[in-house]
Design a protein around this ligand. Sequence first.
Ligand SMILES: [Cu+2]
Length: 133
Amino acid sequence: MKSTIIAIIGAAILIGGAILFSQSSSNSSGNVDSSIPANNVTIVDGKQIIEIRAKGGYQPRKSAAKAGIPTILRFNTSGTFDCSSSVRIPSMNISKILPQTGAIDIDLGIQKVTTLQGSCGMGMYPFEIDFQN
Ligand SMILES: [Cu+2]
């Protein structure tokens, strides 16, 4: 009798722990999503890579990058059927059609201190990249 009660309490603790764990892990993955804007610029072997997700607009809307180093702008898509799959950066004369799912790299060369403004083909979804020293 005593061992049955202990078994029930033990099971309740395990189930409760599993529920808590699954909730906290889903919360933390939500946090990872919202932290993408802070970490979307990486520098690998002296090359700067700016990653922007294109789907129903651009994420992050604003990127902070470094001026004066070779830079690649990478658009990631995943089932992107809306017009954010058509990207334009008028000041650089860039106009690209992105794959519905995949990644495409655009060479931005070495930028001086500036802010690049981009948008979808129709101009309704904007994004910008701020280059600073
Ligand atoms: Cu559009």
